[in-house]
Ligand binder design. Structure first.
Ligand code: DX5
Ligand code: ZN
Length: 225
């Protein structure tokens, strides 16, 4: 039997060569990427600093891929709307970072983008109890946020499985995204557990041929049982 549900492959530009970002994005688009994942880090919520609004704005001019902005910042409520206005079609905020989560999610949706919440590896699913009904997707971190190239935390597979069960039981239309340490070895398992959106950084841009790497990852999502 073939698993034919639609899975999005979202290359994370964190591991790209920023001196030729446009070309790298074209390559993953040719390889079959369906989203582009942009990691925004502020050096406060996570111990790293990356890119922000101007980069999102520039990228929208060189790709048709929808931009999925992952905000790893301390005050997501202050900036979320600005990322939508800069061109992001999906914006996710960490539950650990936002005391006004409902307000932030509504502001993202109010501008016509998809709103997501993110759970760090040690954040329990119970933190989603109320928020789940207001979101378009949940991003399950399978590494601690901050850096590309880290080792996949195995228990994330079970977390995805439990989350999928909760979403299905509540009959919600919420997609599951997974981010961190995804590669050819584990992608089939996370898709089988219920993930719909697969983020991969080093498994794509760390390879000599990012276009082929996307294609191989997509092929590996297909389950034969
Ligand atoms: C980590 C970021 C990830 C990162 C993933 O904080 O959220 O998106 O780029 O990179 P890999 O796939 O190399 O773990
Ligand atoms: Zn990310």
């Amino acid at each position: 039997m073939v698993n034919d549900k639609t899975v999005d492959i979202a290359p994370s530009i964190l591991s790209a060569d920023f001196s030729r970002l446009g070309q790298q994005i074209e390559a993953v688009e040719r390889g079959g990427a369906t989203l582009l994942h942009v990691d925004v880090m502020d050096g406060h919520f996570v111990p790293n600093i990356t890119v922000g609004l101007p980069v999102v704005k520039s990228i929208t001019r060189c790709t048709r891929l929808p931009i999925d902005a992952h905000l790893m910042i301390s005050k997501p409520g202050v900036y979320a709307e600005q990322f939508v206005r800069a061109g992001a079609k999906m914006v996710s905020v960490h539950v650990e970072a936002d005391a006004q989560l409902h307000r932030t999610l509504m502001s993202i949706k109010g501008l016509g983008a998809q709103a997501g919440v993110v759970l760090n590896p040690a954040t329990p699913m119970s933190d989603l109890e109320e928020a789940l009904q207001f979101v378009d997707y949940v991003l399950v971190m399978s590494v601690n946020p901050g850096f590309g190239g880290q080792q996949f935390i195995l228990s994330s597979i079970d977390k995805v499985r439990r989350l999928r069960r909760i979403i299905d039981e509540r009959r919600l239309h919420v997609r599951i995204e997974i981010d961190g340490g995804i590669d050819l070895e584990n992608i089939a398992a996370v898709v089988a557990a219920g993930a719909d959106i697969i983020v991969a950084g080093s498994a794509i841009f760390g390879k000599s041929d990012p276009q082929a790497a996307v294609r191989e990852l997509r092929e590996a999502t297909v389950q034969w049982v």
